[in-house]
Design a protein around this ligand. Structure first.
Ligand SMILES: [Fe+2]
Ligand SMILES: [Fe+2]
Length: 121
């Protein structure tokens, strides 16, 4: 089914997050990728959370908790050995990719629909 409208900023930022997560797999491993991912994810989460607050979004608590779990995962990963083995790079990347995929096509879609119905799109 073709979508007729979407939140451009949200789609663009999700795409950038998927691309950064993909870079975790690159050899040799660049620990800077995790730092960039953390900063970019934070920038994205803060923006979504600002919309939730401004619009008094009814599902904000669960959504912010989901963001917080991702924040914690990334924080733990940043403490990982920067010489990590390739198998670990792949599993970290896959784990984050699956998390983001579920999030983006799950609760983020609900938020998108809510924002699109508001005056703040
Ligand atoms: Fe998002
Ligand atoms: Fe989100």
């Amino acid at each position: 089914m073709q979508k007729t409208s979407n939140l451009i900023w949200q789609d663009t930022q999700h795409q950038a997050l998927f691309e950064l997560i993909d870079k975790i797999k690159e050899v040799p491993f660049d620990p800077e990728v995790l730092t960039r991912l953390k900063l970019y994810a934070e920038h994205h989460f803060v923006l979504e959370e600002a919309y939730m607050r401004i619009l008094d979004y009814p599902e904000a608590t669960d959504h912010i908790e989901a963001h917080d779990r991702f924040r914690e995962e990334l924080k733990a990963m940043l403490e990982t050995d920067p010489t990590m083995h390739q198998a670990l790079q792949v599993s970290l990347s896959d784990f984050l990719y699956k998390w983001l995929d579920l999030h983006v096509f799950g609760i983020d879609k609900k938020l998108e629909e809510f924002v699109l119905k508001s005056a703040f799109k």
